[in-house]
Design a protein around this ligand. Structure first.
Ligand SMILES: [Zn+2]
Length: 487
């Protein structure tokens, strides 16, 4: 393997990447039967003759599945076909009891959209969406510690959309950002929980490289199992290096399917030369073609919730925050809602952002919590921020009160009162403290008066410590300056 950095490889070579993302739809029941869609239930406890593929049973399409797929299509600007068709994709695997998967092939439900997102430097990247089609998931093979394997069929028939991008992605970082944006859009549109750890979002990639400036695409490989954001970035970087290595040694990239092994940080070869014809697709004879009423599509579009690009625009307009901050605040709808509730409590948007991005996110990270599990209600945080901006407590004290509020069911005002944390801004009291501190440090005072004025900060620290952090820093600074300069 070349040890050159990816950046230097990419100066000469351009990767061409398209992603195929399977997203599990958050419907009540499965796509073709009435079994509940579950996660973590006892194995084979949510199955029936339809999803187990018994002979003679007939699938019945779940309307909510179609509605969710149309909603996602509308969220990324796709056209919805008034007539689409289901097809059988034939292959054998133990977790697929029917011996075929019901999918859509040449007549998918949605076609031709796009997704835009920010890159780290603030530039906007747009990736085309080729199609979004419906399909059913397979079961899950569980490989035991010994030689045995088990099959859990609960996942059989779980509704999926497959979202296929155009080969518009040009780096592993862009692939990661695209996937993050897709996850965010699925969640904002309310069609998928899109939890990667639960396998709600699974990503495969098509990838080739070509000399920079070349118009032709190189031979592509397919990579499966890029099932985390980190995995997408690292797996693609690995494959770019592998292909460039082959080409730079005068070889040819062979068309093949690889799987990314996250733990070993390497790829394994699954198969070579796989073609669509190997699956013997044919129209599903047990389902009529799917006809969609254009009025229904319009109604779904009209009821679309606010989407990531819209909320980013609104936050920019209403709150005047930096785009990097907006991006973090709006990554999850729940966090954005929490932030807005803090602002609605009557505090400035900038202050609210500072607290949510600082203290709230710090605690969520430390406690491995989601914002939904965060114990402090937004109104309670607003009250705390107000005490701070009114000068009743200073920022350091406010941070301690914040930590106490997380464990004790008390309001900020109650804690400030109980622990007597109110800021001291009474000049006479503070002047006494200042004089005491300064007279206890004659050597430093001498140095200060000889011109070492940067010692002001040291004196500030000493006085603040003497007030146990409760001194109003502005008042302290004023008094201190005066006392020090009075020779
Ligand atoms: Zn079933």
């Amino acid at each position: 393997m070349a040890t050159n950095s990816l950046d230097s490889i990419m100066e000469k070579w351009e990767p061409v990447i398209g992603l195929e993302v399977h997203a599990q739809l958050a419907t009540q029941s499965k796509i073709f039967c009435r079994c509940r869609r579950t996660y973590g239930a006892a194995p084979n406890s949510h199955t029936c003759p339809v999803c187990l593929g018994y002979p003679g049973v007939l699938p019945v399409l779940n309307e909510q599945v179609v509605e969710f797929a149309i909603r996602m299509g509308q969220a990324v600007g796709c056209r919805v076909r008034s007539l689409s068709r289901f097809a059988r994709k034939n292959y054998f695997y133990p977790d697929l009891p029917k011996g075929y998967q019901i999918s859509q092939y040449d007549e998918p439900l949605c076609e031709g959209g796009s997704l835009s997102f920010y890159m780290e430097d603030g530039s906007v990247k747009t990736v085309g969406i080729t199609r979004i089609h419906l399909e059913e998931d397979a079961g899950k093979a569980i490989h035991g510690l010994e030689d045995e394997s088990y099959i859990d069929f609960n996942r059989c028939g779980t509704p999926l959309v497959e979202i296929v991008s155009e080969p518009d992605i040009r780096s592993p970082q862009e692939a990661r950002r695209y996937l993050e944006r897709l996850k965010q859009t699925l969640q904002y549109a309310g069609v998928s929980e899109a939890d990667m750890e639960k396998g709600h979002l699974r990503c495969d990639a098509n990838i080739s490289v070509r000399p920079r400036g070349d118009g032709e695409f190189g031979t592509r490989t397919e990579m499966k199992n890029l099932n985390s954001f980190r995995g997408v970035e690292r797996g693609l970087a690995y494959e770019i290096r592998r292909q460039v290595d082959i080409l730079e040694q005068g070889g040819e990239v062979e068309q093949c399917t690889l799987t990314w092994d996250e733990a070993a940080s390497e790829t394994h070869l699954l198969r070579t030369k796989e073609e669509a014809q190997d699956y013997r697709y044919f129209p599903e004879p047990d389902l009529v073609p799917l006809e969609v009423d254009p009025d229904w599509v319009k109604a779904i579009k009209a009821e679309l919730p606010e989407l990531p690009a819209q909320i980013e625009e609104r936050f920019t307009r209403d709150y005047n925050l930096r785009f990097q901050d907006i991006e973090i605040l709006t990554r999850e709808r729940e966090l954005a809602a929490y932030y807005e509730a803090v602002v609605d409590g009557g505090v400035s948007p900038t202050e609210a952002a500072r607290w949510v991005l600082g203290e709230v996110l710090r605690v969520l990270k430390e406690e491995h919590q989601e914002i939904g599990e965060f114990p402090m209600r937004p109104e309670a945080l607003s009250e705390l921020i107000k005490l701070c901006s009114q000068g009743i407590i200073n920022r350091n004290t406010a941070k301690s009160v914040f930590d106490i509020m997380l464990t004790e069911n008390l309001s900020a005002a109650e804690i400030v009162k109980r622990d007597q944390l109110g800021q001291v801004s009474d000049s006479a009291t503070l002047e006494d403290t200042v004089l005491q501190v300064v007279s206890g440090l004659p050597a430093e005072l001498e140095r200060y008066r000889k011109g070492e004025t940067r010692l002001l900060g040291f004196f500030m620290g000493q006085v603040m410590q003497a007030t146990k952090g409760k001194g109003d820093p502005q008042v302290v600074r004023g008094i201190l300056q005066r006392v020090l300069d009075e020779a």
